[in-house]
Design a protein. Structure first.
Length: 131
């Protein structure tokens, strides 16, 4: 299995209105480092998983819909908690949707999204595309 990881960062505002989240129940900001890993079983004819520039562009496109946004007002999160884990899942599915019609994208076995809130805390969502 081969993989390619591309990193970008984005900033959001949100609240997590449940007692379990303590002070994060109130509106607050977060800056995330998003690491998106593309996995495939065999390299393409150019001996790559996916073009790094193209991968970065797709990630930037997906993150542009979140960057500097208040997720409490974002239509895709209406009635949902925008936890780090939920954001990782959202990003993985959005990236996969943008790759579904791409020749290399159709050959991917999976997309993993790791969101780092700080150097000591992160969450990962693994999206298996071969299932």
């Amino acid at each position: 299995m081969f993989s390619l990881t591309v990193r970008r960062h984005f900033m959001i505002a949100h609240s997590l209105p449940r007692e379990a989240f303590g002070p994060a129940q109130a509106l607050h900001g977060a800056t995330f480092v998003a690491e998106v890993t593309f996995r495939r079983r065999a390299l393409n004819q150019d001996s790559i998983v996916l073009d790094i520039g193209a991968a970065g562009g797709i990630i930037e496109d997906v993150l542009s819909g979140l960057n500097y946004k208040n997720l409490d007002e974002h239509p895709d999160f209406e009635g949902k908690l925008s936890t780090t884990e939920a954001l990782a899942e959202y990003i993985a599915h959005a990236v996969a949707a943008k790759l579904k019609d791409d020749d290399d994208g159709r050959e991917l076995a999976g997309i993993d999204v790791t969101l780092r809130e700080n150097p000591d805390a992160w969450a990962t969502y693994v999206y298996d595309l071969s299932a």
